[in-house]
Design a protein around this ligand. Sequence first.
Ligand code: 5GP
Length: 114
Amino acid sequence: MATIFSKIIDKEISADIVFESDNVLAFKDIKPQAPVHILIIPKIEIPKVTDIKGEVHAVLLGEMFDAANKLAKDLGIDKNGFRLVFNCGNDGGQEVYHIHMHLLGGRHMQWPPG
Ligand code: 5GP
């Protein structure tokens, strides 16, 4: 089922896009939890982490990590470090059912997460 992220991909609703390639889009989270909070998403709809199949999606996931590393470097958080998060399902705190990697940085992260 299409989510709000499909509308962002299709440019039907606006977002602060910071990276785009043929397969991947990255934009600022509307409710940032850190000085840097970017969502990195595939352009194809994959609802949950449990829908990922390595033999099908490995290259795509690699592109998402490449985008995260590029953005971390461009935004100057690569040296101090950052956090990458995929929330999955209800207990994981997932709100939007189109997989997305949260890139969080610019402050020290706590562990364990809430
Ligand atoms: P989840 O809880 O599913 O892992 O994360 C969903 C994220 O999407 C949340 O951090 C939320 O703030 C963000 N988000 C939800 N709707 C929008 C939107 O319309 N635009 C943007 N830029 N971020 C959104």
